[in-house]
Write a protein that binds this ligand. Sequence first.
Ligand code: HEM
Length: 319
Amino acid sequence: MNLPKIHSITKKILVALVGAFLLVFLLFHATANLFVLRHDDGAWYSAFCHFMGTNYVVKIFEIVLLGVFVLHMLLTLWLVVTNRMARPTRYHEAQKSKTHTTSKLMAWTGALIFAFLVMHFCQFYFVKIGWVKGQYMVETAKLQDPEMLQMLQLSQQYGLTPEEMIDEMEAQAAMYTDENDDAEETAQYIASMRDKLEVMNIVQRAYEEGNFSQDQKWIRHLNYDERQTLRRVMPESKPEPDFYFMVRELFHNPLMVLLYLITFVVLFMHMRHAFPSAFQTLGLNNYKYNRAIEICGTVYAWLICLMFAAVPVLVYLGL
Ligand code: HEM
C-alpha cells in the first residue's frame, strides 16, 4: 500500500495538537452538561442548546470539531499502519516496554471511544441534524400567529375542535355567499386556516396536556411528525431537539447509565496518557517537570470524567 509520505513526527505533532483541542472541548462539554442537573425544567440547558444550535460561529466550530475528531482518528490509524509497515515481521517475543503497552492501550481505548461516539451521535447529534428521530420543542413566541390564536380562542369558546370550527365557518360562508361582499377574502382566510390546522392541533394538544415549560417559553414533547409539520407549515418557528428531556429520559435506563460510566473509565485511561504524551510530542516536557505534567494529566482526566459521570448518576438517582 502506498501511503503519502509525511514524516512520522509531523503526524505525531498533528495528533497531539488535535488531541489538545479535543481535551479543551471535553472540559467545555462536561461543564455545559452540568446544567442538566439544575431543577429548572431545563431553562438553562435549553437556553444553552438553543444558543449552540442557532449561533453561526458555533455551527462553524461544530463542523471544525467533527473534522478534528475524524482527523485525530485517521492520523492515529495512519501512524499505526505506517509503523507496522516499517516493521513487517513481528518480533518473536512480545515487547514488554512501557511505551509499547501504552500505545497499545491508546489504540484500544481510542477504538472504544469511537464506538461510544457512534452511539452518542445516534442519541443526540443526529437528532439535531434530522437523521434520527427524537423529542422536540418549539419557542412559544414563534407560534404567536394572531389569526391562528384567534381561531383557537373561537374554537374553545364554542367547544369545538379547530377543524370543526373551520368546517362551521366554511358552511356559514357558503350559506351567505350571495350576501357576502368579502367572499373571496373569507375563502382565502379559511384556506390559510386549513393550512395552519395541523399547527393548531399541536398547540391545542400542548394546552390539553400542559406541555409547556415552567417559564412558558417552550412547547415541549413534540414528536418527529410534529417537528416536520412545523418545519413545513411555519418554517420560521424552527423547532429544536429537546435535549434536556432526552438526556434525563436516557439516564432513567440503568443500562445506558452503565454504558456511559464504562465509557468514562475508558476515556479516563485515554486522557491520562494523552495529556503527558501531547506535552512530550510538542517538546514542552522537561525532565524537571515530567512528574508535574503527569499529575496535571491525571487530575484533568479525573475532573472531566467526574463531571461527566455526575449527570447519569445523579439523574438516575433522581437528585
Ligand atoms: C454525561 C455525558 C454526556 C452527555 C449528557 C452528553 C450530551 C450531549 C448532547 C445533548 C449533545 C448534543 C448537543 C448539541 O448538539 O447541541 C452532545 C453532542 C456531542 N457530544 Fe456529548 N454528552 C456526554 C458525553 C460525551 C463524551 C464523553 C464525548 C466524547 C468522548 C462527547 C462528545 C460529543 C460530541 C463530539 C458532540 C457533537 C458536537 C456538539 O454538538 O457539541 N459527549 N452531547
